[in-house]
Design a binder for this molecule. Structure first.
Ligand code: GLA
Ligand code: ZN
Length: 660
């Protein structure tokens, strides 16, 4: 039996006498693994070179006696006070040039060589200590890399690192000047040493420089993680290495980071949400799907919400079985293991109210019983699911650089790259159509329909990739702001928008409009719909007009087009459709592409499949506190659940069928 359920455990927060009770309760609950120590540097090295691993070793061994394995976290997101006292320069500098001090976490600069020296000493000692401990199976490097301060670090060390990175990329300063377009506002450089980190300017920023900075920061984080991964790989060749991601977070390119890891892990808190009682379900689902794409493998959840969340302000109390529904949502989208955060609610520190499975009192209650029931019900199935993957027919293209480019120039104050992806994702999700996220360099030929929103930065290779996909029968959706810039974030000038892709789409875009503080309309079919944020004013060069603007002086000019090309179709959406138009449009695209839906049900009832070589599992999850009915479009055998086509509040049903 492999490992599928776990908890994040902090024995150092509790008296030694309690540990045995914890281990016993965990075992009874079906817990097979704990993650420990990812913030406990001071407890393990209270003074330089004085290592105190005994408590951790005791905890590892004790848990192992109960059949519970350990994943160790390297505590490098929380350097202790004595390191800061000795080397205050490792504390990061924000864009206003202020230092960020000790007292929270992530108070470190990732390029700083002195800090790296501390890490080398500590991680070497820790990995030597636990390399042969039979209770330890793997490592989590640091914690939520990139979850630090908004601007990462802009200190002198980072400045030198940035200059080195630029030198490697451009080779000569003339090339950098050309890529950054420094003819503008007298921004030319004579040498790399004049380039600074983007500390706050008097006015404006250079978009090409900013794109390089963001890519540099991502590379720096990967380099920082590699520094530790190399040590652990050398000392602990039998252990896996993972890292806990944060869904769509973008400080580090998660595809790049994934190359260092044996598998990707993710942290999910669907109930920690500002607007309303929880995160919209489609966003949590999309997050799982993107996490699966980072390594194109099943993943782990290293922190799955297990109670009410909150630091200073608190979220809603999860209702009976809601946590189970969220946990199985993770599994349905590709998680092979679910580790709950955290075992017991902390009595001290910033996260006193970020609740665990046990409350402050440590007494098992409703949530313990609920999750125990969950592990009992699904433990055996989890063995069977392991390694299986969803097999969607639809893909949405996701790219960190496009995201960065829109952070630098959002165009419209409310336009964000990830939210734009969500808008497309949601329409599929609510129709019970599984979706993959893909990188723009991936082979697209396995997908019947590919949505590539906001293809702002364009290269000849990427253009060709899209041509090839459609030529060979693919159905492609491109949207507003496609083909505007080159890879260096400079506007392209050789052709009218959307560049060479205009030939694929059978259009040109001589003008465009930003719907600042207003909305517009389009006519699609016989109906008028609301559109937002942007209007590409399209001229047809062979394409068919699907929808035209009904507002603005460009009323009646095409807004959405269709072009047959090779054996496929290229659609172009020159605006942001509202939800209703999105649904109607995508229904049309789905019909043309012959996409299968899993079933019909109300919003809030989720359907998702995972497939192994010979078997398909279908999950039907009721995320509402009402009873629900639903209908499946295919015949499956019910494995778990009371009654087909009916769901109790927050019920999770599991079906299967053999593949032909
Ligand atoms: C993150 C971190 C955890 C903890 C939780 C709750 O996901 O990885 O250490 O802080 O959030 O706040
Ligand atoms: Zn720095």
């Amino acid at each position: 039996m492999s490992i599928h359920f776990g908890v994040d455990y902090y024995p150092e927060h509790w008296p030694r006498e309690r540990w045995e009770t914890d281990a016993q309760l965990m075992k009874e609950m079906g817990i097979q693994v704990v993650r420990m120590a990812e913030f406990s540097w001071f407890q393990m090295e209270p003074q330089e070179g004085v290592f105190r691993f005994q408590w951790l070793e005791e905890a590892v061994n004790l848990l192992d006696q109960y059949g519970i394995k350990t994943i160790l976290g390297t505590p490098t997101a929380a350097p202790p006070a004595w390191i800061i006292e000795k080397n205050p320069e490792i504390q990061p500098i924000d864009r206003e040039g202020r230092r960020r001090y000790f007292g929270g976490r992530h108070h470190c600069c990732q390029s700083n060589q002195t800090y790296r020296g501390h890490i080398r000493r500590f991680v070497t000692a820790m990995s030597e200590k636990f390399a042969d401990n039979p209770g330890v199976i793997g490592w989590q490097i640091d914690n939520e890399l990139g979850n630090s301060h908004t601007d990462l670090c802009m200190c002198n060390s980072c400045r030198l690192y940035f200059q080195k990175w630029l030198l490697k990329k451009y080779g000569t300063i003339a090339r950098l000047n050309s890529a950054w377009g420094t003819a503008f506002w007298s921004q030319g450089y004579n040498k790399f040493s004049q380039v600074r980190t983007p500390l706050i300017t008097a006015a404006g920023e250079n978009p090409s420089a900013m794109l390089d900075w963001k890519c540099f920061c991502s590379d720096l984080i990967v380099d920082f993680a590699k520094w530790q991964a190399d040590i652990i790989r050398e000392k602990c060749p039998n252990h896996f290495i993972t890292h806990n991601y944060m869904c769509f977070d973008d400080k580090v390119n998660y595809y790049d980071l994934g190359e260092l890891l044996d598998f990707v892990s993710n942290d999910v808190y669907p109930g920690h949400w500002q607007e309303g009682s929880h995160q919209p379900l489609y966003q949590t689902a999309a997050a799982h799907d993107v996490v699966r794409s980072y390594k194109k493998q099943p993943f782990w959840i290293m922190e799955q919400q297990s109670g009410m969340t909150g630091w200073e302000i608190m979220g809603r109390l999860p209702k009976p079985n809601q946590l189970s529904a969220w946990a199985m949502q993770s599994v349905a989208h590709g998680a092979d293991a679910v580790v709950f955060f955290r075992w017991r609610t902390c009595a001290v520190g910033t996260e006193q109210f970020w609740h665990g499975i046990l409350g402050h009192s440590g007494k098992p209650g409703r949530i313990y019983d609920e999750l125990k029931h969950l592990t009992e019900t699904f433990a055996d199935y989890m063995d069977a699911f392991a390694g299986s993957m969803p097999k969607p027919e639809v893909a949405i293209v996701h790219n960190f650089r496009q995201n960065y480019a829109f952070q630098i120039q959002p165009h419209h104050p409310k336009l964000t790259y990830v939210k734009e992806l969500y808008k497309y994702y949601r329409a599929f999700y609510e129709k019970k159509i599984p979706v993959d996220f893909v990188q723009d360099t991936d082979d697209l030929s396995g997908y019947k329909l590919v949505i590539a929103p906001l293809q702002f930065l364009m290269t000849p290779q990427l253009e060709q990739h899209y041509f090839d996909y459609v030529e060979n029968g693919g159905h492609l959706v491109l949207t507003m702001r496609t083909g505007v810039k080159d890879a260096a974030n400079r506007c392209m000038t050789e052709r009218e928008l959307p560049g060479r892709l205009g030939e694929l789409c059978g259009i040109t875009i001589p003008e465009y409009d930003c719907l600042l503080e207003s909305t517009g309309g389009v006519l699609y079919g016989k109906k008028e719909y609301v559109i937002k944020k942007w209007c590409d004013i399209i001229e047809l060069q062979g394409a068919k007009c699907l929808a035209e603007y009904s507002t603005g002086f460009y009323k009646q000019s095409p807004a959405i087009t269709e072009n047959a090309y090779g054996q496929g179709i290229a659609w172009y959406i020159g605006t942001e459709p509202d939800q209703e138009l999105m649904e109607d449009l995508l229904s049309y695209f789905e019909r043309c592409s012959e996409i299968a839906t899993l079933g019909t049900a109300a919003d809030g009832v989720e359907m998702m499949t995972r497939e192994s070589q010979d078997q398909i599992w279908l999950f039907v999850i009721n995320h509402t506190d009402d009873e629900q009915v639903y209908h499946l479009h295919d015949r499956y055998e019910l494995l778990e659940g009371e009654r087909e086509e009916f769901l109790h509040p927050f019920e999770v049903q599991l079906f299967t069928k053999q593949k032909k």
